[in-house]
Design a protein around this ligand. Structure first.
Ligand code: HEM
Length: 560
């Protein structure tokens, strides 16, 4: 194996845990041999057509195969699921049932069962919660049960607020015309290559910070200057990557010991979270001072959330986080959760989208024709006073009616995320024994993961051309976009825990794509001939392109 090709968290995984794990495995295997056999017999006893298992080692389960394929984990899982009779498989950790066991699926019926029909039986598991708890605390992402229900209600209410929708579209317009387009125009003029993934990641980070807590106002007051904002961006990235790296440890023991000793990645995580906390605390304080406790008229997400909480002071959530410190901590967790949700998701989709357009000139032409025929009239789009324009928009809630007619663009973005879902895998844990619709047995405490990545590559679901980028598959005879049921396209999750930012994301992705394609051609810089091969991705919370996407922009107006 080429060790240079292994991601740093996986290297970690090898060096610290493998030896320990092998020793412990053998001892425990012998000790628990009996129990393992009885568990297997029980699982097989309840069999239907399911209970498919990839080949596993009697002691180490699927661990060896995992180590061999860890660097291509998503593709490996997709291949295994394609070979499984019902696109669902049981995965055994070491010790055939005592280690980390569960099921993986790319079967729409099974996904629907886990995320919707049998929703209360599948929760966010202890392993993921432990890994991300230091960063996300009690925020919506990690919450289960009553705490999740209460937060979800407030968050749904905040996301649907008319004030927030108008604010987020105004911020978007502002960021595109004041920051993104001028930056790309300068890059086009100079002919310099840029890493488009990095540009988009910074753009969406700034955008979500503004939407989540109106950071622009604070930055202009020099309280939170660009330097501090940049440090926040870097620290947030570190904190997410290291928290994710924790999941790759076979037991939580490895990283817990390092945390206790405050060494290595755990020390870096502590320092990164301290930077995040300092920044968010400054935001909360400045908001508090400005609003004197009244967040009613502020349009950003945090203020909408606070207002909803204050309106409902006697509510359960208010009682749970009753003291000022508990409330401050909870609002901090909420901010961090929203930033995580919006930070790398849309930028991931857009990065892959621009790669697909460059690799498919016919699709790029169709997007260009659509956005130039339907785009905002240049006088409106180029209006320098973007704030006034959006505020004065009464005909449409988001001020972007034109986007609704962009069916091909919508299809191209949707098709991109079918093949490269920004959140490639979602994980749950079964709270009790269950039998999935295909007959696969799930034991209490097992993980139940679904792979949107494998689903997008499933010939059973998408036909023989499942690996081909073909936006037309989403269009009806009249060229209108037709959506798929959520369980067939679980890119935004489905059921009660479906993504709350879906609408906002499509708005952002379409506006950015239209603004760029309309003005520029994007040349992807790769060695000759390699556009036929899709770039590799990193193993991370979101599907990042490995090494970024180096491109050169050309201004269409100049080229004409
Ligand atoms: C292309 C962009 C996006 C995709 C593909 C996406 C996908 C997802 C997925 C798969 C989940 C479920 C995660 C899980 O349960 O483990 C989720 C949850 C969530 N998303 Fe998104 N997301 C996107 C953008 C956004 C944005 C911009 C926001 C808003 C800031 C957002 C807010 C949320 C929230 C609050 C949840 C948690 C819902 C809950 O647990 O009840 N998302 N998203």
């Amino acid at each position: 194996m080429d060790i240079d090709a292994v991601d740093p968290p996986l290297l970690h995984f090898y060096s610290y845990n493998l030896l320990l794990l092998l020793l412990v495995s053998v001892v425990l295997f012998l000790q628990h041999h009996r129990r393992r056999r009885s568990l297997q017999v029980a699982a097989n006893g309840a069999t239907g057509p399911g209970n498919h298992r990839p080949q596993s080692n009697p002691v180490l389960g699927n661990l060896v195969a995992f180590l061999r394929n860890g660097h291509r984990f998503l593709d490996w899982t997709a291949d295994l699921l394609a070979a499984a009779p019902a696109s669902t498989m049981q995965v055994l950790g070491p010790l055939g049932g005592l280690g980390y066991c569960g099921v993986d699926t790319a079967n729409p019926e099974v996904i629907d069962h886990i995320v919707r029909a049998n929703f209360p039986s599948y929760v966010k598991g202890a392993r993921i919660r432990a890994a991300f708890a230091d960063l996300l605390g009690d925020g919506l992402f990690l919450a289960n049960g009553r705490l999740w229900t209460l937060q979800r209600k407030l968050a749904s209410y905040s996301f649907s607020s008319r004030l927030l929708r108008r604010f987020s579209s105004r911020v978007l317009r502002d960021h595109i015309h004041r920051r993104l387009v001028p930056f790309l125009a300068a890059a086009a003029d100079s002919g310099e290559a840029v890493d488009l993934q990095d540009v988009l990641r910074r753009f969406t980070f700034d955008n979500i910070c503004s939407v989540a807590f109106g950071v622009d106002d604070d930055r202009s007051s020099a309280l939170l200057d660009d330097h501090r904002h940049g440090a926040f961006f870097a620290a947030f990235d570190d904190a997410v990557d290291i928290s994710f790296g924790r999941i790759l440890h076979p037991t939580t023991l490895g990283w817990r010991v390092k945390k206790l000793l405050d060494v290595g990645s755990e020390r870096r995580l502590r320092l990164a979270i301290a930077v995040v906390d300092e920044y968010v605390t400054a935001i909360l304080q400045s908001k508090q001072q400005r609003q004197s406790g009244n967040s009613e008229d502020e349009p950003d997400l945090l203020s909408r959330f606070k207002a909803a909480m204050e309106e409902d002071e006697a509510s359960e959530l208010g009682r749970i986080f009753a003291s000022p410190e508990a409330k401050r901590r909870f609002l901090r967790d909420t901010v961090v959760t929203f930033v995580l949700a919006g930070k790398d998701t849309t930028s991931s989709a857009l990065t892959w989208f621009f790669w697909f357009l460059a690799a498919n000139p016919r699709c790029e032409r169709r997007v260009y024709e659509e956005v130039t025929s339907l785009a905002l009239a240049p006088s409106r789009e180029a209006d320098a006073d973007v704030g006034r324009l959006a505020d004065g928009d009464v005909e449409s809630e988001d001020g972007y009616d034109e986007l609704k007619g962009m069916h091909y663009l919508h299809a191209a973005i949707t098709e991109t995320m079918r093949l490269y879902p920004p959140v490639p895998m979602v994980s749950r844990v079964a709270v009790h024994d269950d039998v999935l619709p295909d007959g696969t047995v799930v034991r209490a405490g097992w993980f139940a993961d679904y792979s949107a990545y494998a689903m997008g590559r499933s010939a059973r679901v998408w036909g023989d051309d499942c690996r081909v980028f073909r936006p037309e598959r989403w269009l009806d005879g009249r060229g209108r976009f037709v959506s798929a049921e959520a369980a067939r396209y679980p890119v935004f999750n489905a059921g009660p825990r479906a993504c709350l930012g879906k609408e906002m994301s499509y708005l952002q992705m379409k506006v950015v794509a239209a603004a760029v394609v309309r003005r520029f051609t994007v040349e992807v810089l790769v060695p000759a001939g390699s556009m036929d091969m899709a770039p590799e991705h990193e193993m991370a919370v979101t599907l990042k392109m490995k090494g970024g996407l180096r491109v050169r922009f050309k201004n269409r107006a100049r080229a004409a």
